[in-house]
Design a protein around this ligand. Structure first.
Ligand code: SF4
Length: 416
């Protein structure tokens, strides 16, 4: 759980992006503080309309960098002119809006708030299926709050899912610290069975499975890929955070999985699914990470080519074992994070480039900027449709779109 401070500049659209960032952070158990000095991380959502604004943004970023432990710069100026921050040597992670919440979580799993009750947000139904995990990661503070996994029975979760669908949910988001170990406390690996049962609920809706650590997924990789393949309601999307490409660092992180298990999960999904999205996380600059370890992480990213990648610069959380380790000195963390983020942009950009000209069945999930809507295709890739009112598209609609172009992290499409 991190304390964050957020500052938003510019138009209503940018304010909307900040609201989404805050909503994701709230769902992950983080809380807002009013001063950067009291925060673990400060988020600056920038604007770049005129030159004077740019100068103000750079000045404020420098101030925030001094006042807070970690700085994340996002927003229009970060995306369009991220180099200006680098040239001014602002020590910050420069990220797309969508990448801010995972960066703030410091590689930890999301923490649902008190209780595990579902929430309907627009057409999105958030369904926490369990609380806790089976791990004891050395850098994690979340674990202290949540403890070992506690999985309610399948029937209970199916009923909650049914209630969300009846209330109007078109996208069910299955969440938990580690969905891959659902059922382990009752002696059974049950995620695939639960998903199958949820897909049996009558209605036109999609299901996205939230973070599942490689250890839990590895034991059910075939069953899981088969359930994905058999159910159109399930997005072919797996978020399996590997965190490092080095077994030695994974050992120091106490991640309980090895690189080879993660690779085997990817290979199984590749062999059983024609079109799917791999999402993973890397923590860069863990205290014991050597240059060779970092190279192994880069090589793993190149080898498995995830289409969504969260890169987090390691930072110490009080009371964790990793906080007692001697950290990396100088600018190493910053340099490694920059190198991995550049590779990420290349790999993800190529995945979206390959989508241009293809056609997909999408669900309109939420309004976008101006007259656009944000949609998700069969593998949960984001496709933006502009001029949505011309096509009569609203959240909750399904339609077929052809991909006409792309940015690094999402595609543009037109209804066909
Ligand atoms: S899996 Fe690791 S990072 Fe996630 S909640 Fe458990 S101990 Fe924390």
């Amino acid at each position: 759980m991190a304390r964050y401070h957020i500052e938003t500049y510019g138009c209503t659209s940018n304010r909307g992006e900040s609201r989404q960032i805050e909503s994701a952070l709230r769902d992950a158990g983080h809380y807002r503080v009013d001063s950067p000095a009291a925060a673990d991380v400060a988020i600056m959502n920038t604007c770049t309309v005129v030159e004077k604004t740019e100068r103000n943004m750079l000045r404020r970023a420098k101030e925030l960098e001094q006042e807070t432990a970690d700085l994340v710069v996002t927003g229009c100026m970060a995306l369009a002119q991220g180099d200006l921050f680098r040239e001014e040597d602002v020590d910050a992670q420069i990220l797309h809006w969508d990448d801010v919440p995972p960066a703030v979580t410091n590689g930890e799993c999301p923490t649902p708030g008190p209780g595990v009750e579902p929430v309907l947000d627009g057409v999105v139904g958030i369904l926490p299926i369990a609380r806790g995990c089976m791990s004891d990661c050395s850098y994690c503070i979340t674990k202290q709050a949540t403890g070992k996994i506690d999985s309610p029975p399948i029937e209970e979760n199916v009923e909650k899912a049914r209630a969300l669908v009846h209330a109007g949910a078109k996208e069910l988001r299955i969440t938990g610290q580690d969905t891959g170990v659902y059922g382990w406390d009752r002696g059974e690996r049950q995620l695939h069975t639960l998903l199958d049962r949820i897909c049996d609920i009558d209605g036109d809706f999609r299901v996205r499975v939230g973070m599942a650590n490689p250890k839990g997924v590895h034991g059910i990789r075939e069953e899981l890929a088969q359930v994905f393949d058999a159910n159109e309601k399930l997005y072919n999307f797996l978020h399996a955070p590997v965190q490092s490409g080095s077994d030695s660092v994974l050992g120091d992180m106490r991640r309980q999985h090895q690189v080879s298990e993660y690779v085997e999960v990817c290979e199984t999904f590749d062999s059983l699914l024609d079109y799917w999205t791999l999402s993973t996380d890397f923590i860069v600059g863990f205290p014991t990470e050597t240059d060779a370890d970092h190279r192994q992480s880069l090589a793993l990213l190149r080898e498995t080519r995830p289409e969504k990648i969260n890169v987090t610069r390691f930072s110490k959380r009080p009371g964790t074992d990793a906080a007692e380790m001697k950290g990396l000195g100088g600018t190493l963390k910053k340099e490694r994070s920059k190198e991995m983020s550049e590779l990420k942009r290349t790999v993800v950009g190529e995945a979206y480039e390959a989508m241009v000209g293809t056609t997909h069945e999408v669900l309109v999930v939420e309004p976008g900027t101006g007259d656009s809507v944000k949609c998700r295709d069969e593998a949960y890739r984001q496709i933006i449709v502009q001029n949505a009112s011309e096509y009569g598209l609203e959240p909750g609609d399904f339609c077929e779109v052809r991909v006409t172009g792309h940015q690094t992290m999402y595609a543009f499409g037109e209804p066909v």
